[in-house]
Design a protein around this ligand. Sequence first.
Ligand SMILES: [Zn+2]
Length: 72
Amino acid sequence: MARELRCADLMPGCNFVAQGKDDSEVMKKTAEHAKSVHKMAAISMGIEKKARAAIRDAKTIEHIPSREEGPS
Ligand SMILES: [Zn+2]
């Protein structure tokens, strides 16, 4: 199951979403984003704790339900 973290959960107003195959990949992307966009030199323990708590299962891309096209 892919995982994701919505930056808005930590930084209201930011619409960045980090996705990864697991929590550590999500944390890595979040750290890079926090550095470049939010000018955080480093992720503090408190921020990391909050970020990890905010990681959730990524919603799969909504797919259009295929029509039933069974043999008639
Ligand atoms: Zn952000």
